[in-house]
Design a protein around this ligand. Structure first.
Ligand code: ADP
Ligand code: ADP
Length: 227
């Protein structure tokens, strides 16, 4: 048995008779930064929806740290941190309120929430924004808040669906560096979906998807030379 952070085996998903994913297979080791590259329509968001159980696979199996997602969904969700492409922050609440709410949802005590929220605000350079309402903050700040929130329950696997969408080039690079650092410092596995080659580094493991089908799976430098 492997002890992968994430193991996707032969996953297919059809919207009615429209196939969105076709027998996709890959695995992410603990602490690995894994890139999923694909143009619009590749199936990236569908895969995210399957991983967060918004959808159920038509066929195939998903394991998180060797446990089947369909068998133990709630146990597994505590291992996973998620940032969706569309922000799910409450725009009318402050940064602190958004984060504290997430702590409560995950059953953290008020004291643990306070300590962790303070840590995450510090980690993401958001201390001086903590009382601001999310509505008042720019896209780069919002992405950092989303990441801070996704980190709060200390997941070992981060699922990031185009986390740099809508950001300018500097914010994109900064967020990418930040996540790579997290990955390294805390041995967090990351699934980073993107349609931008420049967000990948030469040694990243990479899956290239196109219209639901695996185009290539391997190390980024090798694949990007070929495709
Ligand atoms: P990506 O996130 O890579 O752009 P998606 O997962 O959104 O790709 O889409 C994969 C395929 O599934 C596309 O052909 C898309 O049109 C189709 N699709 C996505 N959502 C739906 C839906 N709710 N109903 C029908 N088809 C869908
Ligand atoms: P200020 O510099 O604005 O006075 P403080 O750090 O003293 O900021 O905090 C202001 C309020 O926010 C206080 O009521 C404090 O308890 C609360 N607060 C600060 N950090 C957190 C946190 N991480 N989680 C929850 N509440 C917090």
């Amino acid at each position: 048995m492997s002890n992968n952070a994430l193991a996707i085996s032969n996953i297919s998903y059809d919207y009615g008779n429209q196939a969105a994913l076709n027998a996709v297979t890959f695995a992410i080791a603990p602490g690995q930064f894994f890139g999923l590259l694909g143009p619009n329509g590749a199936g990236k968001s569908t895969l995210m929806a399957l991983l967060t159980r918004l959808l159920k696979p038509t066929s195939g199996d998903i394991q998180v740290f060797s446990r089947s997602l369909s068998a133990q969904p709630s146990a597994i969700m505590s291992d996973i941190g998620v940032v969706f492409q569309q922000s799910t922050l409450d725009l009318d609440l402050s940064v602190l309120q958004n984060l504290n709410y997430h702590g409560a949802l995950h059953g953290l005590s008020a004291r643990d929430t306070y300590i962790r929220v303070s840590d995450e605000l510090h980690r993401f350079g958001l201390q001086n924004k903590r009382h601001a309402r999310v509505r008042e903050l720019n896209g780069g700040h919002r992405r950092r808040i989303e990441l801070a929130r996704a980190m709060l329950h200390r997941p070992k696997l981060l699922l990031l669906d185009e986390p740099t969408a809508g950001l300018d080039i500097e914010s994109r690079a900064a967020l990418n560096r930040h996540v790579r650092q997290l990955c390294e410092d805390h041995n967090i596995a990351v699934l980073w979906t993107t349609h931008l080659i420049e967000e990948l580094e030469t040694r990243d493991p990479l899956l290239i998807l196109d219209r639901g089908t695996t185009k290539a799976l391997g190390q980024a430098d090798t694949l990007l030379k070929e495709h």
